[in-house]
Write a new protein. Sequence first.
Length: 207
Amino acid sequence: MSFLRRKPKRVAHTTSFGAAMPTEQNTPTVPPGTRDITFAAPKSVSALMALLPPEDHRLGAVIAGHEAALADTLSWLDEEAAFARSEPAKLDCRGLNTTVVLHFSSANQQPHIHTHVLVGPTVTGVDGRTYPVDWDTLDQALVAALPLYMAVLRHNLVESLTVTWARDHHESKWQIAGIPDALLAQWPDTSCAFPAIPQTLAAARPR
């Protein structure tokens, strides 16, 4: 279950839980019109990440599984939802202009691996001209994109870590089997103090 065609370019990170992870970068403002789409791993994945020592190879597997699932999902969005709006027509384009910001913690420094995908307000049409993004089409595609990310992430971690998954007892969400509910309850925070990025990086992946 892999259709990875590209790897998103990270441009910023939050404070890590271990020395093996990237460190925080100070950055200025986000350009107007940029939208933030957040892809967050299940809480059990974040808990596993926080419990592993920096030298444990499984830590890298968790991060790689998240990033690969995100890359697959963004590739799918490029194919299915990256359109330009030019009334009255909807035009094909060369893909979304995105910047990827990876976080390992919530605003309160609780374990929370997630990525902000900043989508620029314009795209380049196949004719080489710049057009506004067709947000309606993108919004409709996101209904499927978020579950797609979750499914690919589960597959990746089964392949790399041989974990098993089970529905939790409260929200009926998929969690890694064997991670105690009591532990997950200790880290409920999923809020995020989002660090802005420079305008020069807002189109870090032009298409």
